[in-house]
Design a protein around this ligand. Structure first.
Ligand SMILES: C[S@@+](CC[C@H](N)C(=O)[O-])C[C@H]1O[C@@H](n2cnc3c(N)ncnc32)[C@H](O)[C@@H]1O
Length: 315
């Protein structure tokens, strides 16, 4: 079992994760690898817009959202689980084993073919280390007892989330049998015990997974990145949500369709707080919030000039 909650010796922490400027640069490089030239430019333009409008901990007045920034964006502890999963990711990146991939979703904008190496899959399908660490910290912060993931791929994000809440019941759904087979192997290698990997298409498997979980504390939607299916999964999950649930949608700025889906989710009357982290959109349903609040957030080091004069001395 991943020993998730223990904070690793600081020396184990790779340099790249200590420097938010490098993180930002790596993120932009990763995003700019996605898609054709026009799509890349659109994505970079959306990132620029997001960045210009984004706030940091110094501009957040809601205590709930401030706690989120502290726990997720500003917590720079490095956990043992991170090293273990990143070790596996590094190993997979150079794995040339070819598998036939059946894609039921929006497909990859990078490698449209059906034959892909494991190295290619982990490079282009798995969430970045930074993204996965945010997922871990969100799970660690809100301690969901029931968790669902749509889109396992090679189980990189799955392992991170599983490590964040070891006692949770966690179902992850993957449509491609070959990919699911390697995902199972990876979960075994990492000794992850608290995950049920369900093979099948979301449309077929989601209702039964939701019935089995009953009340849904947490969901991460990371597959079939299109407007209509994303909204369908949102509505289905919403029927099992409660005011403490956390929903996360991946790649909300990936395409025009995903932008529209994110706008529709934000406007839903049951949604009370949304946090746009660019690569993820996080949704809360807290009844305490009378009016909806929507945030775009980045770690304060991404916009260091936003720090107040007094805050500088308080540090
Ligand atoms: C972006 S990858 C998931 C990456 C993974 N969450 C990670 O970060 O490591 C999306 C996965 O969802 C699966 N998928 C997409 N649409 C699906 C559908 N309609 N039914 C089942 N699986 C689907 C794909 O096969 C793919 O493996």
């Amino acid at each position: 079992m991943l020993c998730s909650r223990s904070v690793a010796d600081f020396g184990e922490r790779p340099y790249a994760f200590q420097d938010p400027i490098i993180q930002t640069f790596a993120l932009i490089c990763r995003l700019s690898q996605k898609g054709k030239i026009l799509q890349r430019l659109q994505l970079l333009f959306r990132f620029l817009k997001f960045y210009l409008l984004a706030k940091t901990r110094y501009n957040v007045h809601s205590p709930f959202v401030f706690n989120f920034t502290e726990a997720v964006l500003e917590d720079d502890r490095w956990y043992y689980a991170f090293s273990e999963v990143e070790g596996l990711r590094r190993f997979l990146r150079s794995d040339k084993t070819k598998i036939t991939v059946t894609d039921f979703g929006a497909g990859s904008q990078v490698t449209p073919g059906r034959e892909r190496s494991l190295g290619n899959l982990v490079r282009y399908s798995a969430n970045s280390p930074l993204g996965c660490q945010y997922l871990f910290k969100i799970v660690d912060q809100y301690k969901p007892a029931t968790m669902l993931e749509l889109g396992t791929s090679l189980a990189i994000s799955t392992a991170y989330q599983a490590a964040g809440s070891l006692n949770a019941r966690f179902i992850t759904i993957e449509g491609c049998p070959n990919v699911a087979m390697y995902a199972r192997k990876n979960l075994d290698i990492l000794k992850v015990k608290n995950v049920e990997l369900v093979l099948g298409q979301f449309d077929e498997r989601l209702p039964e997974a939701l019935r089995s979980l009953g009340s849904l504390d947490y969901v991460f939607v990371d597959g079939n990145h299109r407007n209509e299916p994303t909204l369908r999964y949102f509505e289905q999950c919403l029927a099992h949500a409660h005011e403490g649930s956390v929903f996360i949608f991946d790649d909300i700025h990936w395409s025009e369709g995903m932008e529209q889906a994110w706008a529709t989710i934000k406007a839903h009357p049951k949604v009370k707080i949304t946090i746009d982290l660019f690569f993820f959109g996080v949704v809360f349903f807290r009844k305490e919030n009378q009016v909806q609040e929507h945030y775009r957030l980045v770690p304060w080091l991404w916009k260091p000039w936003r720090i107040g004069f007094l805050d500088l001395f308080a540090k």
